[in-house]
Write a protein that binds this ligand. Structure first.
Ligand code: MRU
Length: 356
């Protein structure tokens, strides 16, 4: 395929105007493009919990701006003892979604900039830090997109799951960053995207994003993936991550583990794409990653329509863990790690800079 990607992949789900945060409401896409305005830290926490904004890096950036708002609120309660109130508000944001490590990572970066004895300076450095994290995430995605694209063979068909695109990040995307960079180099035949039940991040968000950029896309139900892989068409399964443990185990959207297992069965290579901020060296292995479970209503209903039998019990984990041995390569903005392992990841991160 020739270069079919326009230069306009500038979808950005998070806008900060110095006073308030505007979030593109991802629950409504692609039917409606509506922005939710957050003017206080509690509304930021609610927006993350309710999936107005989603995707690990986007959650982290939203939380960072939430911390800016939190500090401003605390400053109004007391100019001297604002710190306790600030940490309480930040803790409320931190508790919203447990698996995405970028949430706590971004808040820790924000807290590091705070000087409790100098409120005015802290208000300035907090805002600068949030804006800096936002810019750094976009730059990282463009860099990792190029690292990933360098591994893609011409005329490749790629399978992706969930949405690890511009909507899930500060822009450009991780897994979809690689897709964008590969498309620009004329390497893609087509992209297959799973629906990604129950939130339909694939059919609603990935499909919308890629079609906006003119990248050819075919939708399938998760249950069709084995059959598609058996056809021999797919060369790569490319996914994002919510948290990569120190040994290379990967937490990502529920269903990733099934797809990676199927990929191994059908000799399809597996690429996990994430900024280095998603690698959590404090979590030794996948079993230690907290897995978020969400409301049963997400499975029993589609919008307001009940589809499940009344009274049925529900199991709704929204992430799973793919063991490192099923991952062919981990791609970050700092480079790629084939067959990720604890020593290889440690080696990659030796030069991790504090900006990201
Ligand atoms: O529940 P979600 O939609 O927040 O889950 C998102 C994912 O699982 C993504 O693959 C992951 O966060 C990486 S986004 C670059």
């Amino acid at each position: 395929m020739s270069s079919i990607v326009s230069e306009r992949s500038e979808i950005s789900p998070i806008l900060w105007d110095g006073e308030k945060l505007k979030l593109l409401d991802q629950r409504l896409l692609p039917r409606e493009r509506k922005w939710v305005e957050c003017r206080d830290s509690l509304s930021v926490a609610r927006a993350i919990e309710d999936m107005v904004v989603r995707g690990a890096p986007a959650i982290g950036l939203t939380a960072a701006y939430g911390a800016v708002l939190a500090a401003r609120e605390s400053a109004q309660s007391s100019k001297i003892a604002w710190g306790k109130d600030f940490f309480h508000r930040v803790a409320v944001i931190r508790a919203t979604r447990p698996t995405a490590v970028n949430l706590g990572w971004a808040l820790d970066k924000m807290i590091e900039t705070v000087s409790l004895s100098n409120l005015d300076q802290s208000l300035v450095t907090l805002e600068n830090c949030a804006i800096g994290l936002h810019k750094a995430d976009l730059a990282a995605n463009k860099a990792l997109g190029d690292f990933g694209a360098a591994l893609i063979e011409p005329s490749s068909c790629i399978l992706t799951h969930c949405n690890a695109g511009a909507l899930a990040t500060g822009g450009y995307g991780t897994a979809l960053g690689v897709v964008r960079s590969a498309a620009r180099r004329g390497l893609l035949d087509t992209v297959f995207a799973t629906e990604t039940r129950p939130w339909f991040q694939g059919s609603r968000l990935t499909a919308w994003e890629l079609l906006e950029d003119g990248i050819p896309l075919t939708l399938l139900a998760e249950s069709a993936a084995a059959w598609l892989m058996k056809s021999g068409k797919i060369s790569w399964l490319i996914v994002g991550a919510d948290r990569v443990a120190a040994n290379g185990d990967v937490a990502n959207k529920i269903g990733t583990y099934s797809l990676a297992s199927l990929a191994s069965q059908h000799s399809v290579k597996v690429m996990v794409v994430a900024p280095s901020s998603t690698i959590d060296l404090k979590t030794a292995k996948g079993e230690l990653i907290p897995i978020e479970e969400r409301n049963s209503r997400e499975l029993t209903h589609i919008n307001d329509l009940r589809v499940a039998a009344e009274g049925v019990d529900v199991f709704n984990p929204v992430f799973d863990v793919t063991p490192a041995e099923l991952v062919s390569v981990l791609v970050t903005e700092m480079g790629s790690v084939p067959r990720p392992s604890a020593p290889a990841i440690e080696n990659l991160l030796k030069n991790r800079v504090t900006g990201l």
